[in-house]
Design a protein around this ligand. Sequence first.
Ligand code: SF4
Ligand code: SF4
Ligand code: FES
Length: 246
Amino acid sequence: MIEITINGTPIEVEKGTVLLHAAKENGVEIPTLCNHEGLNREGNCRLCSVEITENGRSKIVASCMFPVTRSISVETDNERVKRARRTVLQLLINRNPKSPVIQQLCSEYGVKREERFALEPDLCIRCGRCVRACETNGTKAIELVGRGFDRHVATPYETESDACIGCLSCATVCPTGKITYDESPGKRKIWHKEFDVLKCARCGIYFATKEMLDWAGRPENDRAYCDHCQKYIESVKFLTEHEQNK
Ligand code: SF4
Ligand code: SF4
Ligand code: FES
């Protein structure tokens, strides 16, 4: 264990714990955008910046990328930290004025859009969560392409991708609502591709695209029920057999 201080309070942290997690576990909230607990960390947005001091020297670090390996003191909300976050938010609000999450953060930090630097509004903050979610699935159907202000998320050649299985993980983790999709009974459309969505024969919910079940390796003759109903049916079958064998 390593002793560190966060905002003046000493705490013990297991060596290697990510600073963001150590703070959270001790009731100190740090704002984040690109970080998502279920995904690899990339440190894209720098909103989680905090100040660390070690041997009398201070610097700003991204807390979601910083493993605690030695004794340090950490400030999560002092003026230098707030300034660093305001700089991040200023760039974001200039480009993303319509994103509710950015609007909310800017209002907390007193940041207003600078019309003279305003760019064409866009909901994407290039945090890469969607790309990492798709990679985590193992599907890798989308990527961040282009440079500078043209950087954006797309499928290869900006067209329908064979790799996309219509799972919606990308849309689910997007913090700004940039990734949209169309959903109607039995149909789903995302990233230029239309999918059939299968209906559970027991509960009637539309539960997965055919491509998702192909990806999961579920046999063609075993696709009538959603996971929940499948488990229910199996447990009823097990109990019935158990009773019969008594
Ligand atoms: S819907 Fe397509 S692009 Fe989005 S995470 Fe699933 S496979 Fe990837
Ligand atoms: S589309 Fe959403 S999740 Fe993907 S990079 Fe843009 S803001 Fe992040
Ligand atoms: S949340 Fe840490 S860099 Fe984005």
